[in-house]
Design a protein around this ligand. Sequence first.
Ligand code: HEM
Ligand SMILES: *[C@@H]1O[C@H](CO)[C@@H](O)[C@H](O)[C@H]1NC(C)=O
Length: 458
Amino acid sequence: MEAGKIWNVGLLLVATLVAAKLISVLIMPRSKRRLPPAVSAWPVVGVLVRFMKGPVVMLREEYPKLGSVFTLKLLNKNITFLIGPEVSAHFFKAPESDLSQQEVYQFNVPTFGPGVVFDFDYSVRQEQFRFFTEALRVNKLKAYVDQMVTEAQEYFSKWGESGEVDLKHELEQLIILTASRCLLGEERHLPLPSHPAPSPPRPSSQEAGRHIRNHHSFSQTPQNDLLQCFIDSKYKNGRPTTEAKITGLLIAALFAGHHTSSITSTWSGAHLLTGGKHMSAAVDEQRRLMEKHGDRVDYDVLSEMEVLYRCIKEALRLHPPLIMLLRSSHADFSVKSKEGVEYDVPKRHIVATSPAFANRLPHIYKDPDTYDPDRFGPGREEDKVAGAFSYVSFGGGRHGCLGEPFAYLQIKAIWSHLLRNFEMELVSPFPEIDWNAMVVGVKGKVMVRYKRKHLPIN
Ligand code: HEM
Ligand SMILES: *[C@@H]1O[C@H](CO)[C@@H](O)[C@H](O)[C@H]1NC(C)=O
């Protein structure tokens, strides 16, 4: 009897404690919330000015003081930064219902044109991205490579025996031509604005629409290009894509691919042309491949260009064209900072991460401001060692870039051609970063003196 009573009292006690705990959790969550540290109590205007001056400058100042998770309070928005792989998993992996892209990239709509990717509701958008995935599969990429190589050969055949060019401008032109050839098909260049190309290639919807009608919809012979892929695509319910939507996709693809790739090929060139031993290593690799495969450059040969790949990847680590990635948050979440503190981030915050800053974290990359392609080589692989989301030039996770393999193939096709056929020298100073553009690129001209050569092989 006694033992039973004690047992009952004990049980009651436990139940009470559990209930008390539950109630306290239910009614007191707010007071227990730990908000991330905020960028110091500058007057709002001051913060705004600093942010406009350059988000990366601000991150560089605040990160050492506040750590990997902190909030910037702007007039009408709280922006919480998650910096580095230790704190970025939620940013890259959260479902659309928790973190969405749509609102924060609304400002892209005017650039893309109406009816483009970010304009549609999420389910439609998901389908559109499925089309991208289809269109950029390996078997398709293999066919694009031939077009990339041909386009590069044709373009550089117009250069003289020797001369001086603005490499940035040349590569912009070539990449527009290549992208439209791959995306729209052989002999079918969109009526893009000719040089100079100050803004993204943005054919009017009517022009693009006319192009689609004329060349594709009624075409009897199958075409091997992205446009054909989109035309052939059906939404899940069997509904074919409409012309307006194809146009939108096309412009989005051109936009997503053009600026980012041409900027990256220019930075790759600037670093190669000033990085003596890396240049020789890249040229040696071309020589080896020519000994092995002759002049043939196709998907498989490009895939063997590991030295060149690392040179491009390293240029892109130092100079990601998308310096800030944003999401808008619809659900509270918590995150453990690199420093080990648990923070709660309330919903309605904008959540941000910055490839331009995170790609240079010294605990991940040795001498992070130095151009050193070997850091990705065998035995080092600094990005792999540090784990997922350490290298975020292409984003990652749920919204990771779908065009990454396409971009590398294109840039490798261009640079392997240049390395094989030209002696080059940078004659203007090493270029600066143009922070003012939405897609951050190279400031001013990149003047290069070239001379034709024949790469001697054994
Ligand atoms: C060096 C070249 C490129 C860079 C640095 C780059 C970078 C990026 C980044 C950082 C994102 C993620 C944005 C975010 O998380 O908010 C992204 C997404 C995307 N990129 Fe690229 N990109 C490049 C080339 C291309 C090309 C050539 C294409 C198409 C042919 C392309 C198509 C896309 C698409 C469709 C998405 C959206 C994926 C999604 O939201 O699910 N990109 N890119
Ligand atoms: C920003 O967060 C604070 C809590 O730190 C909150 O009081 C404020 O209302 C938020 N501002 C906006 C515009 O959401």
